[in-house]
Design a protein around this ligand. Structure first.
Ligand SMILES: N=CN[C@@H](CCC(=O)O)C(=O)O
Ligand SMILES: [Zn+2]
Length: 385
């Protein structure tokens, strides 16, 4: 196995017991982190990388994306910017385009999106189905998603497709469609929202996922107050995502639970929704993750740096909180923060997923929003950017 010593790190964010270190070094061995400490004490390694005083931090963990889609919805976006409200109905446009795409086309589009994410410092991402909404296209989306990610979420319950009665469609989602996607997925999700699935339908979907051995996630409280967050906590979901409209009880329940509140700031900008109550969640003690929600309708970006900057500038998170939420927060939302080769932190034994910024500190991510600050990226010990 080859070891590499990164030295002359101006600021090393570990998310571990070492906290934030100045003038630091980090040694990786094969696919994992072997040592962290001051540059002067760095042990010998096969290779050396002098990062020239730059900041080093864990790679972004993007715990919420929808990469399995074809086509775009720029016309809908333009109408929204002219005053139309966001309504989930546009999902059906993406469904039509995704069903019509060839497998090779869809595979290529998904690979391009992963590459764009990597170029921005992402080293782990989850992705979902949900633009198929028939057995054949959901199965194909799940299969292609499993080629690019170890965290694949089945979102057959995104909206009720045209021509279906909601309860019949829930029967398909929890029956034949679930059987078809099951070999490729490890998470079950539902869009629990007015215009999508109500609380009882959502419960049926999630319970079927649990019976099939899947972990649970919920899209909830995005377009108005609703039962999504409470349902997520009740069923022990790993995460409830969006969280724009939470009441005090939701916040208290989340804080007392292991359900992560995943916030999607790029989506909030693009849909002109009120930002979620990030400060109230953090102050109550909830675990908060930040994710891109890359999708063609509400958030066509894979840039986690943009999400971090927005969370700081608009949602009043500190830079340190935002960076933690976009790394360790995402890892916890995917339950990847512990066990063999954990992600989300740079600590001895964790997977060697790291990014070097073209900046001396993480503060620059919010201070210089929109600037290209990714210098280089290592994924499982291999340089990918
Ligand atoms: N909210 C539900 N689903 C996606 C958007 C779907 C779409 O409009 O294409 C989201 O997470 O924002
Ligand atoms: Zn989503």
């Amino acid at each position: 196995m080859t070891s590499t010593a990164f030295t002359n790190i101006g600021e090393l964010t570990t998310n571990g017991d070492d906290g934030v270190l100045g003038d630091a070094a980090l040694v990786i061995d094969g696919d994992r982190v072997a040592w962290i400490g001051p540059t002067v004490l760095a042990p010998a390694a096969d290779r050396g990388v002098d990062v020239g005083g730059r900041a080093v931090l864990p790679g972004w963990v993007d715990s919420h994306t929808h990469l399995a889609f074809a086509g775009d919805r720029s016309t809908e976006f333009a109408a929204r910017m002219a005053g139309e409200p966001y309504a989930a109905g546009g999902i059906k446009v993406s469904v039509e385009r995704t069903r019509a795409a060839s497998t090779e086309e869809l595979r290529g589009l998904m690979a391009e999106r992963v590459r764009a994410a990597n170029l921005g410092g992402t080293t782990w991402l989850e992705t979902k189905t949900g633009y198929g909404l028939d057995v054949e296209t959901e199965e194909r989306s799940a299969r292609l998603a499993a080629e690019i990610s170890d965290d694949v979420t089945y979102l057959g319950a995104h909206v009720v497709p045209d021509g279906w009665h909601a309860d019949d469609y829930v029967g398909l989602v929890t029956g034949h469609m679930l059987d078809a996607v099951r070999p490729h997925v490890n998470w079950m999700d539902v869009f629990c929202e007015r215009g999508a699935f109500d609380v009882e339908q959502s419960r049926v979907v999630l319970q079927a996922g649990r019976e099939a051995g899947l972990g649970l996630r919920v899209h909830g409280n995005q377009l108005g107050p609703g039962p999504g967050a409470k349902l997520a906590v009740e069923l022990g979901a790993a995460s409830v995502d969006h969280c724009n409209f939470l009441d005090d009880e939701d916040i208290d329940l989340l804080a007392a639970s292991a359900t992560v509140a995943t916030l999607l700031p790029a989506c909030d900008l693009s849909t002109r929704q009120p930002f979620p109550p990030a400060r109230a969640l953090l102050d109550a003690g909830s675990t908060v993750a930040l994710a891109s929600n890359c999708n063609p309708g509400t958030s066509y970006t894979t840039s986690m740096a943009f999400c971090v900057a927005t969370a700081v500038l608009q949602m009043r998170m500190t830079v340190e909180e935002a960076v933690w939420s976009a790394t360790m927060g995402g890892a916890i939302a995917l339950r990847r923060h512990e066990g063999e080769l954990p992600i989300g932190a740079l600590a001895p034994g964790s997977r060697a997923d790291l990014q070097v910024l073209d900046a001396p500190s993480v503060t620059h991510l919010a201070y210089r929003p929109g600037m290209q600050l990714t210098h280089s990226v290592w994924q499982a010990g291999r340089r990918i950017v």
